[in-house]
Design a protein around this ligand. Structure first.
Ligand code: GTP
Ligand code: MG
Length: 191
């Protein structure tokens, strides 16, 4: 089990942790299961799982195995926050990208029940323009049969045109270690 420890929360560059570790951003719609996945990797509660989704407006930095850093990003996509939300989110990512050359990859989480949508497409395009690789993690797999999980993976691969699509359940831990292994091997290890 990876050793995950909370470093700090930050909004602006001056508050970001000072380190040379590579960083991997964990992004996705509110309620997608970002914090839950981090807690599953940790084997305990290090990230806040929101009762009221979409409350987190901060970047939360976590140390992963003393070897790299995970950044839990604020969720996007709550209608109540209006159409400008994705723009604000984009602006925050843009600032983060400009100021964090150590960003090594983006893990985009989405509920397996959902289809790839404009928000996911827009973030992926934006990040890939900056040469940051993207992998998709389909969450809450415990709610689906094996066959439906396979179908969902194929559907999202087709819709997103991305190759790396992983099904996970933070409830059963299934698939979570595979994602961790992928991130490390593909994005961290080759320095
Ligand atoms: N069944 C099931 N529920 C899950 C799973 N992962 C997360 N959830 C539930 O989904 C809800 C949202 O989880 P969070 O981890 O807080 O989601 P988040 O993406 O961090 O949300 P924000 O911080 O609001 O952006 C919680 O009620 C979790 O218990 C999973 O693998 N299976
Ligand atoms: Mg969260």
């Amino acid at each position: 089990m990876p050793k995950v420890t909370f470093i700090k929360s930050a909004v602006k560059f001056s508050d970001f942790p000072v380190h040379k570790l590579k960083e991997i951003a964990i992004a996705g719609r509110s309620n997608a299961g970002k914090s839950s996945l981090i807690n599953t990797w940790a084997g305990g509660k290090v990230a806040k799982v929101s009762q009221t989704p979409g409350k987190t407006r901060l970047l939360n930095f976590f140390n992963m195995n003393e070897s790299y850093c995970l950044v839990d990003m604020p969720g996007y996509g709550f209608a109540s926050r209006g159409g400008d939300e994705i723009k604000l989110w984009r602006k925050m990512i843009e600032n983060y990208l400009k100021q964090r050359p150590q960003l090594a990859g983006l893990v985009l989480l989405m509920d397996m029940a959902r289809d790839w949508a404009m928000d996911e497409e827009s973030i992926t395009q934006f990040v890939m323009t900056h040469d940051i690789p993207v992998a998709v993690v389909l969450t809450k797999a415990d709610k689906f049969s094996k066959q439906d999980i396979q179908k969902a993976v194929a559907r999202i691969k087709k819709q997103s045109r991305l190759e790396e699509v992983f099904p996970v359940s933070s409830q059963t831990r299934k698939g979570c270690d595979e994602v961790e292994e992928f991130m490390f091997k593909a994005w961290i290890k080759p320095q």
